[in-house]
Design a protein around this ligand. Structure first.
Ligand SMILES: Cc1ncc(COP(=O)(O)O)c(C=O)c1O
Length: 383
């Protein structure tokens, strides 16, 4: 039996998604820009997905643009806003726990003369609202803040931030990276006064290499890819039809069962935490109590997370030491920012759940985890 608890890294596509991708590849192979029937049918299929996503978010279909995933979505938005609004200012606000697709984009922009404020987070991985307010100046053009952190699951006060920014006469754009929150928190962009939002398909049981952004009407943003004028002239290039249709299925299924799934995942997270706390000593919970439903980050004293991960892999249990993108590098920038000690960072494991996991899997995983940690600690203590 395989127990997959790395759903923040990626998720297994739904069968309906796979079927839709195969359907697109085998039957709907036309180019959506072609004016003959083969193209028109595909164009309509893509439009239906756009409409579906727009309906779920309560926005206009013209405000949805397909991308190659979360990384591209974040790049398009941040660079597009920075370049198009350079005359209004060069200052941007973000946090120091963003995904690398945001942090490294800002590092690039800094080299081009933009000034970036990286907000600190507290021990729960949450920014200080006063620090955020004080960071705003007359040159601020963009605030880009992740909704849910991918390593610990902390939720930023995006409602308060959006409402605050909305009061300014001068336009300050507000972007949220919603890659880890879409499908895990029930929200619409209007609730947070968000202008821009990024989502990735493979985190919601959709295909990899596809995602979308929401861009509020009238947003001043520089087009990313120039060419044939697809995606409202914003991102040229022949559309990833199989990916987009598969994404549509994933969004449809995710949104139709959202409340039940969130509750189910939350219950499983509570069970996981209880089982770990009841059965294993010397642990430190790194995720905040009020974090997102699907992420639980825990440090096991004296244990190296990476070794534990490979031990668990032998039992067909899949977890992560941090985010999939940064887990190969030394030390998590998120756990460092939260003030964890080096040995706590080294001993951290991220469990990330999906509604497709079961209580039985959770209990079995903790049973095995307990044995593995017991063995590892015995070896360490013998040294
Ligand atoms: C918060 C966050 N933003 C962006 C991304 C990048 O998304 P993608 O893998 O689709 O490029 C990820 C992926 O782990 C993420 O967790």
């Amino acid at each position: 039996m395989e127990i997959y608890l790395d759903n923040s890294a990626t998720t297994k596509p739904y069968k309906e998604v796979v079927d839709k991708v195969v359907y697109a590849l085998t039957e709907q192979y036309g180019n959506p820009s072609s004016v003959h029937r083969r193209g028109v049918i595909v164009e309509k299929e893509i439009r239906n997905v756009r409409k579906e996503i727009a309906k779920v978010l309560g926005v206009n279909e013209k405000e949805i643009v397909f991308t190659s995933g979360g990384t591209e979505a974040n790049n398009i938005i941040i660079r597009g806003i920075a370049y198009a609004n350079r005359r209004s200012g060069n200052h941007i606000i973000t946090t120091n726990i963003e995904h690398p697709s945001v942090l490294n984009t800002f590092k690039d922009l800094e080299k081009e003369g933009y000034e970036v404020t990286y907000l600190n987070v507290d021990k729960n991985g949450v920014i200080d609202f006063e620090e955020f307010k004080n960071a705003i100046n007359e040159n601020t053009i963009l605030v880009s803040i992740m909704h849910v952190n991918n390593e610990v699951g902390s939720i930023q006060p995006v409602d308060k931030i959006g409402n605050y920014l909305n009061k300014f006469k001068r336009k300050i754009y507000f972007h949220i990276d919603a890659v880890q929150s879409f499908g895990k928190i029930d929200f619409k962009p209007s609730r947070y006064n968000v202008d821009l939002l990024s989502v990735s398909g493979h985190k919601i049981h959709g295909p990899k290499g596809v995602g979308f952004i929401y861009i509020k009407e009238k947003t001043k943003i520089k087009p990313f890819l120039t060419g044939g004028g697809q995606e409202y002239d914003f991102r040229s290039g022949t559309e990833n039809v199989p990916g987009i249709l598969g994404l549509g299925e994933a969004v449809r299924i995710t949104s139709s069962n959202l409340k039940e799934n969130i509750e189910k995942i939350n219950n499983m997270k509570s069970l996981l935490l209880k089982e770990i706390s009841d059965n294993i000593n010397d642990i430190k919970l790194n995720s905040p109590q009020d974090g997102v439903c699907h992420i639980l980050n825990v440090s096991f004293k004296g244990i190296k997370g990476e070794i534990l991960l490979h031990y668990l892999e032998e039992d067909n249990i899949y977890v992560s030491t941090g985010s999939a993108c940064s887990s190969k590098k030394k030390g998590s920038h998120v756990l460092i920012a939260m003030g964890l000690k080096p040995e706590e960072i080294e001993g951290a494991i991220r469990f990330s759940l999906s509604h497709t996991n079961t209580e039985q899997e959770i209990k079995l995983a903790v049973d095995i985890l307990k044995k593995r940690i017991y063995d590892l600690r015995k070896i360490i203590n013998k040294r």
